[in-house]
Design a protein around this ligand. Structure first.
Ligand code: TRP
Length: 452
């Protein structure tokens, strides 16, 4: 093994839990409802599903295959496969994207920290829906509070990642993930039985095709990659910590199914309640922070459920944040464990600084606009709708171009009984369908923005 101790998952389950932990987070739970709410509801969700299955799943499998094949973190992985070329820039783009993504992701993580801390002293019961709206606004416009919470969230992330991701993730995920699903089911049951809930179910599940715009399609594409943690090569890095034995196709299918399922639960938890309480679905980033407390306030033992839910949401958010910081750290340390601690702190502190303007976007900096967006929205747009699809496009081009078809098939079959037809379908999807679809969406959007 040499003096450079290589990171490794300690159990078979560790890898799948960590990859699922990276995928399931704010993307499915916080971002999906608010983006669906602002861009087309059911039509958005349908397009998101199609992108997730036909582009996301093949890409996830491609990232897994590259990682396990090379046994190297992302930048070195591309360098090993295509030495002396510019392809390792896919990995560097991924590191930059992760850096920016975590800077605003951690701001929302901070909001969860605030809500969790507050839930112990101040219950949700007995409050009206508009009071939750007001409470949220007061919270996120307090500059010290949001920056401090952003710091606390990153601190937790740093403390876990500096010791190596596996220890932090494997132990807890086994209990936390199933608990999160159960709690979500309880919320969904309450939400869909509220008066007037059917309008919300309809909004979320009945596609109104007339509402589809170029933006809807671009956002659905960004959402599919965001929710599955694709396009930044984090799944390359995670699967490089895998010795072998694990079935990559099976892991990819379970992660995609879990992500779709939790996205569905999130939508069904939020929209029925939105309509029942007479709120606007296009509330934007604050949506779940206003709607969910209101749902809990109408459930017996709501205060306790609220504390539980916020703890689980924080956990799900942290496991995603670990992966983002890990991506940056692994690119610096290149598997050299001796450098890990320092690299984690340096990266973490820089991400903290980068995130401050995002944290202030809903308060003191709300008047500052960049191309008509707040700093937070600009970051989110840049990352989700430009950098992630671009990264995904490059990975889709790279994989069949630089790896031989037989080598890919062989790597994918290690630990799995993948049939040749399935492999061939995957190959067509990654080689033709994915890049062409992403390019079409990009061109369409550029056209819509009148840049030509
Ligand atoms: N998938 C995570 C979520 O939905 C966010 C995330 C973690 C991510 N790592 C990523 C998104 C890498 C894109 C790329 O909350």
């Amino acid at each position: 093994m040499g003096q450079k101790q290589q990171e490794q998952w300690t159990s078979k389950l560790g890898f799948i839990l960590a990859a699922a932990g990276s995928a399931i987070g704010l993307g499915a739970i916080w971002k999906l409802p608010y983006v669906a709410g602002t861009s087309g509801g059911g039509a958005f969700f349908l397009i998101f599903l199609l992108f997730t299955i036909f582009l996301g799943l093949p890409l996830l499998l491609a990232e897994f295959t590259i990682g396990r094949h090379t046994q190297k973190e992302a930048v070195s992985a591309y360098r090993t496969i295509a030495p002396g070329s510019f392809w390792h820039w896919i990995g560097k783009l991924g590191v930059g994207t992760s850096f920016l993504l975590l800077s605003f992701y951690s701001v929302v993580g901070g909001w969860i920290v605030i809500y969790l801390a507050r839930s112990f002293t101040q219950g949700v019961q007995g409050l009206e829906v508009n009071q939750f709206g007001q409470m949220f606004e007061e919270t996120i416009s307090n500059p010290f509070l949001v920056v401090f919470a952003h710091f606390i969230f990153l601190l937790m992330t740093i403390l876990v990642v500096q010791g190596g991701v596996q220890k932090g993730i494997e132990r807890f995920s086994k209990i936390m993930m199933p608990a999160l699903f159960i709690l979500f089911l309880i919320i969904v049951i309450r939400s869909v039985t509220l008066e007037g809930a059917s309008e919300g179910i309809q909004f979320f599940l009945m596609p109104d095709f007339s509402s589809i715009t170029g933006e809807t399609i671009l956002f659905a594409l960004g959402q599919a990659f965001f929710a599955l943690s694709l396009g930044v090569s984090i799944m390359v890095t995670y699967s490089s910590y895998l010795k072998s034995g694990e079935s990559l196709p099976k892991s990819a299918v379970s992660i995609v199914s879990l992500t779709i399922f939790i996205s569905l639960l999130a939508g069904l938890a939020i929209f029925p309640a939105v309509f029942s309480f007479g709120l606007e679905p296009a509330e934007g980033p604050p949506l779940i922070f206003i709607v969910l407390p209101a749902v809990f306030s109408s459930i017996p033992l709501g205060n306790i459920f609220f504390i539980l839910f916020m703890s689980l949401l924080l956990f799900a958010t942290l496991t995603s944040a670990f992966s983002l910081l890990e991506m940056v750290v692994a690119s610096i340390t290149k598997n050299d464990a001796a450098k890990r601690k320092k690299a984690t702190w340096v990266a973490g502190i820089l991400i903290f600084i980068m995130g401050i303007p995002s944290a202030l976007s809903f308060g003191v900096m709300s008047g500052v606009s960049f191309f008509g967006h707040s700093f937070f929205d600009l970051m989110d747009f840049l990352v989700s709708n430009v950098m992630l699809p671009l990264g995904a496009l490059l990975i889709a081009i790279f994989t069949p171009l630089k790896l031989k078809k037989d080598a890919l098939y062989e790597e994918m079959r290690r630990g799995s009984s993948l049939k040749r037809v399935m492999f061939d379908i995957w190959y067509i999807l990654i080689k033709y369908v994915t890049p062409i679809a992403i390019i079409i969406v990009f061109l369409h959007v550029l056209g819509a923005f009148d840049l030509f």
